[in-house]
Design a protein around this ligand. Structure first.
Ligand code: CP3
Length: 343
């Protein structure tokens, strides 16, 4: 069956213009219809585990803006939750977990992992059935390093100091944690693909705080392991890596993990992005605050990306998730600009 999903062509290395377009966190609080469903759902995790409501919020930005790709609505922290850790989301405080200690790591319990995540797989199956044929469905997981930072600190931190210290002080336990997370994340992505995901993305939101040695051991190695395990089962499904803040280590990351596409944050200079694009597709990298500001800040940002990266394989996106204060009209304006662009 031939279905035109332009994002898949781009991930094969083709230049498509205007480029396919979606936004990280496209289902979220900037949308009034999301806030309405969110109120009905109970807790945030209840929303992630309710296929009726998770499908509804996933489809909201597709119905409103006609994006080329739809990302499953869930969260990266369902993985530690499915491994038996206590995970909560509190209004205004973000995620809260019971911090894990070294002695608890060998006891992480994967026995009910897929049973616990079955509602997510059901959401993916229903999405593939409901989405327009030409819309790419993206599954995802957090990278082991980023997930581990939350498991260790118990909450978000500005510099991930608790996880970095833990890694220095308890290297064997930390390595075991990354390995467990890599194995379970790979199995999780494989099930999402089985359920209908066309592409998977690995979010490494906190890879920007590591020195060269730790970047290699905590970011590159576990992600390379996930890529290896997923490719063994699904050799042709594209994998996007998003090592946010990786800076000059983006090149190493692409080469050593073997990801198909590279998500770029907004601090990556467009000249560097052009060099990275020579090795394969890139995704990004508009500063989400240009989208909040709108006007010339938005127009200039969009134009610069299309000019620098539009002749190669590009998936247009933000350099990180959309923020809740973003006016919906600015998203409409961005979509219009990208869709009506000429070379
Ligand atoms: O539309 C989509 O992109 C799909 C859904 C999605 C969510 N989280 C929904 C969500 C995805 C892909 C994520 C990934 C995620 N979750 C990451 C990696 C990407 C990134 O943003 O860096 C991380 C680090 C998390 C962990 C997480 N979840 C945090 C730190 C927070 C609180 C911060 C915040 O924005 O409130 C969440 C909560 C969360 N995940 C919300 C949404 C829509 C907001 C909570 C709510 O609606 O009540």
């Amino acid at each position: 069956m031939s279905v035109k999903r332009s994002m898949l062509d781009v991930l094969k290395g083709e230049a498509v213009f205007p480029p396919p377009l979606w936004m990280m966190r496209q289902a979220g609080r900037y949308l009034p219809e999301y806030r309405q469903t969110r109120r009905k759902a109970g807790s945030f995790l209840d929303l992630c585990y309710n296929p009726d409501l998770a499908v509804e919020v996933t489809l909201q930005p597709i119905e409103r803006f006609g994006f080329d790709a739809s990302i499953l609505f869930s969260d990266i922290l369902v993985v530690p939750h499915a491994l038996g850790r206590d995970v909560r989301f509190e209004e205004g405080r973000g995620p809260l977990l019971t911090p894990i200690n070294a002695s608890e790591i060998p006891a992480l319990d994967g026995a009910a992992f897929h049973v616990n995540l079955e509602p997510v797989y059901e959401t993916v199956r229903r999405l593939r059935a409901r989405l327009p044929n030409e819309t790419t469905l993206i599954g995802f997981c957090g990278a082991p390093w980023t997930v581990a930072t939350y498991m260790i600190a118990g909450h978000g931190t500005p510099d991930q100091a608790p996880a970095r210290l833990f890694a220095y002080r308890e290297p064997a336990a930390f390595e075991a944690l990354l390995k467990t997370l890599a194995d379970h994340s790979a199995a999780y992505l494989i099930r999402q693909i089985e359920a209908g995901a066309d592409v998977v993305q690995i979010f490494d939101s906190w890879s920007g705080v590591l020195d060269e040695d730790c970047f290699e051991r905590f970011c590159v190695k576990p992600v390379a392991e996930i890529v290896r395990q997923v490719r063994k089962v699904y050799p042709h499904v594209p994998i996007i890596g998003f090592p946010k803040g990786a800076g000059t280590q983006y090149t190493t990351y692409r080469a050593r993990t073997g990801v198909t596409g590279l998500g770029l944050d907004w601090t990556v200079p467009l000249g560097t992005a052009q060099a990275l694009q020579k090795a394969g597709a890139v995704q990004g990298n508009l500063d989400p605050l240009r989208l909040v500001a709108g006007g010339a800040a938005l127009a200039d940002g969009v134009t610069a990306i299309l000019k620098a990266l539009g002749n190669g394989p590009l998936v247009f996106n933000l350099g990180h998730g959309i923020t809740p204060e973003t006016p919906v009209e600015h998203v409409e304006a961005m979509v219009k600009m990208v869709r009506s662009a000429t070379r």
